[in-house]
Design a protein around this ligand. Structure first.
Ligand SMILES: Cc1cc2nc3c(=O)[nH]c(=O)nc-3n(C[C@H](O)[C@H](O)[C@H](O)COP(=O)(O)OP(=O)(O)OC[C@H]3O[C@@H](n4cnc5c(N)ncnc54)[C@H](O)[C@@H]3O)c2cc1C
Length: 478
C-alpha cells in the first residue's frame, strides 16, 4: 500500500468535516499547528520521519467519529488515531497523510462504580489524572505505563501498555473489561462490559486491546480497579556485575516466595549516563548493575520486613550494598534513577536504536550479552535497562562520539535485524509493551510465521476492507 491508494483531502471534505465536528475542532492549512501532530515521542528527534496530516479533527463523541469514518471510507482518506502522542513506535504518525483523529477533548470520567470497583472513562483521560482522582477513594488502575503523566487511557488500551509494576499487577489488558469502539465502517459496537467473566464467543474485546488503532477507534473504556496499597518500600541494590543481579531475581522469588511490585534493572552504561545527567555521585563505586525493588501491601511493618528480607537475601548472594527508602519523597528519588534513565541515554545519543525486547526472564543475561557482542561487532555503544521480572529489556544502541552519521545510517538496519534474530533465538520477541507501529513493521517477518502474518492480514481485512484506519502500522498489507 502506498499513499497513491488514497485521495487527498479536498475542500469539499473539509467542509463536510466542519459540519460534523464544527469549525473550531479542525486544524487545516495552519502548518505550525499541524506540526505537533506529525510525530510521536519515538519519532520526535528525527525530523526525517515526521509526516504532517492534511487535517486534524478533534472529536467529541462516538457519533462524530462514526460520521468521520463513513466519510473517510467513501473518499478513501486514511485516518490515524492519536492519543497523547507519547508512543515510541510511530503509531500515531500519519504516514500516508490524511486525517489525524485527535482524542484530547474526549477526556471525561464517565462513572466511578464504587460497588463494582470499576471506572468508565473516555479515551482522552490522562492516566495519572485518573489515578490521582481515584486514589482519594483508596483505589487505583494498576496496568499503567511509566509515561502515566502524559499518556491517555485510550492510547494505553491501543498499545496494551505495561509498566514498572507489571510483574505483580500485569499490563493494561488485564484491567480492560468493556470497550465502546467505532469500527472503520462507522458502526458503533460494545465489546464486553462490567463483567469479570465472559466467554461468550471469540474474545473481540481483547483483539482490540493492543491493536494499535488499526482495527477500531476506542471511544469508551471500562476498567477494573484495585484497592490502593497503603504501604510501600523501595530499594536500590547494587551489584558487581549484571549477571549476578539478574540471576539473583528468580532465586529470590522462589526461595522467599515473594512477588515484589517492581523489579527493574540497569546496566553499567545506563547507570553511568543517568547519574552523570542527574549530576549525582554514583552511590556504590565498583557497581556495574543495579536492581530497583519495590514491595507494596497494606501493613507498613510487614512491607518493611519483606523489603529487608529481600535486601538481606541479595546481600547474602553477593550484592555489594543496598539503600532503602520509606518516605514517599525518598522513594521518588530512588525511582527517579530508573525512570530518568531512558531520557539520560537519549541525551547522549542523537541517533539511536531504542528497543523493547522481551525474552523468558531467565534469558535476560544472555540477551544483554548478545546486545553487548553486537555493539562491539558494529562498533557502537550499547546500554540495557528494563523490567527484569517480565523479561523486558530496553536496549539503546547509539553511535560512538565522532563516528559519522553516514556509517550509522548504513549499519543500523542490519544491526537491528541482528538484534531481532538474537532475540528470537532466545525464545523472545521484538516488543513487550511499545508495539510494532511503523517502526518495526518491516521486521515482523523475522519473528512471525507466514501463517501468523496471513491471519493478521485477514483480520485487518475483515475489520477494515479499505485499509482506511491507521495504514502503515503493524503489518504490511501490500
Ligand atoms: C518517557 C516514556 C516512558 C514510557 N514508558 C512506557 C512504559 O513503561 N510502558 C509502555 O507500555 N509504554 C511506555 N511508553 C510508551 C507510551 O507512553 C505508551 O505506549 C502509551 O500507552 C501511549 O499512549 P498515548 O496516549 O500517548 O498514545 P499515542 O502515542 O497517541 O498512540 C499510540 C497508538 O494508539 C493509537 N490510539 C491512540 N488512541 C486511540 C484510540 N482512542 N482508539 C484507537 N487507537 C488509538 C494510535 O493510533 C497509536 O497507534 C513510554 C513513553 C515515554 C515517552
Amino acid at each position: 500500500l502506498t499513499s497513491k491508494n488514497y485521495n487527498k483531502v479536498s475542500e469539499k471534505t473539509i467542509n463536510e468535516l466542519k459540519t460534523i465536528v464544527g469549525d473550531k475542532n479542525i486544524i487545516y492549512l495552519d502548518q505550525e499547528r499541524l506540526e505537533p501532530y506529525s510525530y510521536d515521542e519515538g519519532y520526535k528527534s528525527n525530523p526525517g520521519e515526521h509526516r504532517k496530516p492534511e487535517v486534524v479533527v478533534m472529536v467529541n463523541s462516538k457519533e462524530e467519529i462514526s460520521e468521520v469514518m463513513k466519510l473517510a471510507n467513501r473518499e478513501m482518506i486514511p485516518v490515524t488515531p492519536r492519543g497523547a502522542g507519547s508512543g515510541l513506535t510511530g503509531g500515531a504518525v500519519p504516514v500516508h497523510g490524511g486525517i489525524v483523529l485527535a482524542f484530547e477533548k474526549m477526556n471525561r470520567i464517565i462513572e466511578l462504580d464504587r460497588e463494582n470497583l470499576m471506572v468508565t472513562v473516555e479515551p482522552g483521560v490522562i492516566t495519572n489524572e485518573l489515578n490521582n482522582l481515584i486514589a482519594q477513594e483508596g483505589l487505583f488502575f494498576a496496568g499503567y505505563p511509566m509515561s502515566a503523566e502524559t499518556c491517555f487511557i485510550g492510547g494505553n488500551v491501543a498499545e496494551n501498555a505495561g509498566g514498572g509494576r507489571a510483574i505483580k499487577y500485569g499490563v493494561t489488558a488485564r484491567y480492560v473489561l468493556g470497550l465502546e469502539v467505532v469500527l472503520p465502517s462507522g458502526d458503533i459496537v460494545n465489546f464486553g462490559g462490567k463483567l469479570l467473566k465472559n466467554v461468550t464467543g471469540y474474545n473481540l474485546l481483547q483483539l482490540i486491546v493492543g491493536s494499535e488503532g488499526t482495527l477500531g477507534l476506542v471511544t469508551k473504556v471500562t476498567l477494573k480497579l484495585l484497592p490502593l496499597p497503603k504501604a510501600r518500600s523501595v530499594m536500590l541494590v547494587f551489584f558487581e556485575d549484571l549477571e549476578s543481579a539478574i540471576e539473583a531475581v528468580p532465586a529470590m522469588i522462589s526461595e522467599l516466595k515473594t512477588i515484589p511490585s517492581s523489579i527493574e534493572f540497569m546496566d553499567k552504561a545506563s547507570i553511568d549516563a543517568t547519574y552523570s545527567c542527574l549530576n549525582e555521585k554514583i552511590p556504590c563505586p565498583g557497581m556495574e548493575a543495579l536492581l530497583l525493588i519495590e514491595v507494596d501491601g497494606n501493613d507498613q511493618d510487614m512491607v518493611r520486613q519483606e523489603a529487608l528480607d529481600i535486601g538481606d537475601y541479595l546481600l547474602d548472594r553477593g550484592a555489594l550494598d543496598a539503600i532503602m527508602a520509606e518516605t514517599p519523597g525518598e522513594q521518588e528519588k530512588l525511582w527517579k534513577i530508573r525512570s530518568y534513565c531512558p531520557e539520560a541515554l537519549y541525551e547522549v545519543s542523537d541517533y539511536r536504536i531504542s528497543e523493547d525486547l522481551v525474552v523468558p526472564p531467565s534469558n535476560i543475561p544472555e540477551m544483554v550479552r548478545e546486545i553487548n557482542k553486537l555493539a562491539e561487532k558494529y562498533n557502537v555503544v550499547g546500554a540495557c535497562m528494563g523490567h527484569v521480572g517480565d523479561g523486558n529489556v530496553h536496549a539503546i544502541l547509539y553511535r560512538k562520539e565522532g563516528d559519522t552519521l553516514d556509517r550509522w545510517n548504513t549499519i543500523h538496519p542490519e544491526l537491528l535485524a541482528d538484534i531481532y534474530r538474537a532475540t528470537k533465538k532466545l525464545g523472545g520477541t521484538i516488543s513487550g509493551e511499545h508495539g510494532v507501529g511503523s517502526k518495526r513493521l518491516q521486521y515482523l517477518p523475522l519473528i512471525l510465521s507466514d501463517v501468523e502474518l496471513e491471519l493478521m492480514r485477514k483480520i485487518k481485512d475483515v475489520f477494515d476492507p479499505n485499509h482506511i484506519l491507521n495504514p502503515g502500522k503493524i503489518i504490511s498489507l501490500s
